[in-house]
Design a protein around this ligand. Sequence first.
Ligand SMILES: [Zn+2]
Length: 210
Amino acid sequence: MAQPIALSKGVRRAVRLEEGLSEFSTQDMLREILGRFGEDPSRDGLVATPSRVEKSMAFLTKGYREDPATILRGALFDEDYDEMVIVKDIEIFSLCEHHMLPFFGKVHVAYIPKGRVIGLSKIPRLVEVFARRLQIQERLTRQIADAIQDAIEPQGVGVVVEARHLCMMMRGIEKQHSSTVTSAMVGCFRQKETRLEFLSLVRQSGSGEG
Ligand SMILES: [Zn+2]
């Protein structure tokens, strides 16, 4: 026999809240937030702001509605090439999930194929899918590496992300010019020689890029 479900106070409150807010549009809520931070949402310069913020947030989080596997499908090729493939200086703009403030910088991706390669233009696209979500830099780095690993099962993958976080810079926690570096090394990139080769290629700035 099914028992009636007893909801805890917290859950009842959450359900009520959800019902309570679902009748408001995103723009209604943004107007409410502007008011709560001391603004007058009806003044000229702010009238269209909720609609702009809604559009801009939809764009900055579009990665939730994209599937990395779908993007890579059709761009995977059988190939005997077994040297390091490196795509560096891919620009990223993402939002930190703790403050919803931007972090931005560069991503360097490398892998050593094992019978299959990825169409080069798809690597920045892949990076973009993960960057256009609320992120922490460490997870972003790992997700890029894992997606490549899953797609072509290469001998190894290396990903380095260098980024500056406005949530730290604007609040004075970080010196204005310092950046955070994260890396994810999979397979043969865990071996010292391969890792060092990758890192030294990354450091040769601006070479061979059109
Ligand atoms: Zn933050």
